[in-house]
Write a protein that binds this ligand. Structure first.
Ligand code: MRU
Length: 352
């Protein structure tokens, strides 16, 4: 396995709380915050102090430990404790709607709660251990994704990415940027073009920051520029992350990903999605069934707190779009690169 070490650790269970990088402060500050209660975690996810599908999954898992620690102080019977904790777990899943990793990780904690034979303090210990196990597993899975993905990166490639599917969207290596890291470990001549990714500018604020920290050559472009550079033959492949992939391969990712995929198809540029199996939601058949998060108007009307449009103009702000499976060259997972027909390859990956 590639031993490229990123300097970044996005989230970690430490000293009885969840320590995470506050991603609302980028790029001016790189600061850790300690999340000490379940409700604080709910808000950290909703307000995007922590963001990126796998990272909010781990945050959700930590949040259940925090809720459990709070309920333990309430003098409840074991049955009352379990009932209340399962309700809190379902509430945690509503902090953001689109990335399925949040629901997946909270469900993993619910299994621990339901199956435990221990007393209340034993259940808390099992939840804590499971949270830490999911954290460490995330990095291992990302490295496997990175290694499979690196095999399809041409020598000296320029890789376009959208949003941030990097160490800062996961525990510490990345999915799309995990592919970049693993490829860079083998070939120092590759480089990245990063889409700015309006409205929240995760590409500009987060992707350029983390790639620069790890010494990977990066060029920032605005979202509308991708077709221009593809036409010039300057992009060899696209790799993006995912928030939810349905049984047929349709993929929800940050708004604007669909536009990049259409342009890639037109210009014959391979378009890859890199994601762990926990991002695949086989309960949904097509992307039409994915709930797309609507975010606040200020993300569009303001940049850094300053208005960029006429006061009172109408705004619509969907956080994600769905790229149809026909536009996707391959889905890079920890068990290999899934290829079309996705219904078949996804079902096989899940042993269905
Ligand atoms: O709204 P965000 O910043 O949480 O959206 C993140 C993305 O869309 C990422 O590309 C996706 O979660 C993949 S992260 C490995």
């Amino acid at each position: 396995m590639t031993e490229f070490q990123s300097k970044i650790r996005t989230i970690q269970w430490t000293d009885n709380c969840s320590r995470m990088v506050d991603q609302t402060l980028f790029p001016s500050e790189y600061k850790y915050v300690d999340i000490k209660s379940g409700d604080e975690m709910f808000l950290a996810i909703r307000n995007m102090i922590v963001r990126g599908a796998p990272a909010i999954g781990i945050a959700g898992a930590h949040g259940i430990v925090l809720y459990a620690m709070e309920l333990a102080k309430e003098n409840l019977s074991k049955e009352e404790f379990i009932t209340k904790l399962l309700e809190k777990a379902d509430y945690m899943k509503t902090s953001r709607p689109t990335a399925v990793n949040l629901m997946w990780a909270v469900e993993k904690q619910k299994e621990v709660i339901k199956n435990s034979t221990k007393d209340i303090s034993g259940i808390i210990e099992e939840l804590r251990e499971n949270g830490i196990r999911l954290e460490n597993q995330d990095i291992e899975i990302n490295k496997k994704i990175g290694d499979f993905g690196a095999e399809v990166v041409p020598k000296g490639a320029t890789i376009l990415t959208h949003c941030n599917a990097g160490a800062l969207a996961t525990v510490g290596y990345g999915t799309a940027l995990g592919v970049v890291r693993s490829a860079f470990a083998k070939d120092k001549t590759i480089q990245v073009f990063a889409d700015e990714t309006r409205p929240r500018q995760q590409g500009a604020r987060i992707t350029t920051l983390e790639l620069t920290m790890d010494g990977i050559p990066t060029t920032l472009i605005t979202d509308g520029m991708c077709s221009y550079f593809m036409k010039k033959g300057m992009i060899d492949m696209v790799v993006v992350g995912a928030d939810r992939i349905t049984a047929n391969g349709d993929t929800a990712n940050k708004i604007g990903t669909y536009t990049v995929a259409i342009s890639a198809k037109y210009h014959n540029v391979p378009f890859y999605v890199a994601a762990p199996l926990s991002t695949i939601d086989t309960s949904l058949q097509t992307g039409d069934e994915i709930v797309i998060e609507e975010r606040c108007r200020e993300e569009v009307t303001h940049i850094n707190g300053k208005p960029v449009c006429a006061d009172g103009v109408n705004v619509i702000n969907p956080g994600f779009d769905v790229t149809p499976h026909e536009l996707i060259t391959g889905i890079i997972t920890e068990v290999g690169i899934l290829k079309p027909d996705y219904k078949k390859s996804i079902a096989e990956a899940f042993g269905m």
